[in-house]
Design a protein around this ligand. Structure first.
Ligand code: FMN
Length: 215
């Protein structure tokens, strides 16, 4: 029974392009049959708390002597981790906010990057998500083209690639749709055609992945 964990983080409940693309993915996933289940987590509507204690960044056996995170905070983290560990495929809607991740998505990421639990550390070869697929849908108001003055200003995708890919060992697929503000900001209107084309391509790419993952 392949299971999808779909996480959205856009604060735009109506015109969001990342939500539109994650919806296209989830619909194509569901069309494969009842065995293809989905768990949905909307971090805008139901944010997870900030990680409240540094001890929770570590597996219990790696914590400093005397570390005593609250049982309530541990329970929250265990629930978030369990949701991830159950997923064969992770789908993340990741809008670019102030050149970085939505704070809600960052709070989720802080809960799941746990050396000794989700990533190896010392003698602990813990990598339960290794080899599973993560699809990151990155929507950005501007463009970050190679060679342009804003090349490298996108600080949302890189930490997801590092944490999910390098640390957790997942296969990360990145889908981007840029210039999304072209339809609403007159000064960007000249980019509307490219924005629409990128959005159509990103949606099509998401559907292809939804029909073929897990790899
Ligand atoms: C709080 C906030 C900050 C934003 N910061 C940036 C930014 O730094 N760079 C950018 O290109 N677009 C920025 N935008 C525009 C969004 O990236 C763009 O609207 C994108 O489409 C949002 O994803 P969504 O369509 O899924 O909601 C920002 C939007 C908001 C609401």
């Amino acid at each position: 029974m392949p299971s999808l964990l779909r996480i959205d983080a856009s604060i735009d409940e109506h015109g969001s392009r990342s939500r539109a693309i994650t919806t296209a993915f989830a619909d194509a996933w569901a069309e494969r049959g009842p065995a293809f289940t989905t768990t949905a987590l909307d971090l805008h509507r139901e944010p997870v708390p900030h990680l409240p204690d540094p001890a929770l960044h570590w597996a219990p056996s790696l914590r400093q002597p005397g570390a005593a995170p609250s049982p309530e905070a541990e329970a929250v983290q265990q629930r978030i981790l369990a949701q991830l560990l159950e997923a064969d495929v992770l789908l993340l809607g990741a809008p670019l906010y102030n050149y970085s991740l939505p704070s809600t998505l960052k709070a989720w990421l802080d809960h799941v990057h746990v050396p000794g639990t989700t990533t190896p550390f010392g003698d602990l070869d813990t990598r339960p998500m290794a080899g599973r697929d993560a699809v990151v849908v990155s929507s950005r108001g501007g463009s970050y083209d190679p060679g342009s003055p804003t090349e490298g200003w996108d600080h949302a995708v890189p930490p997801l690639q590092i944490v999910l890919g390098e640390a957790l060992g997942m296969r990360v697929h990145v889908i981007t749709t840029s210039l999304t503000l072209a339809g609403s900001i007159p000064a960007m209107a000249e980019h509307a055609a490219r924005a629409d084309e990128e959005f159509a391509q990103a949606t099509a790419a998401a559907v292809v992945l939804a029909r073929t993952l897990p790899a």
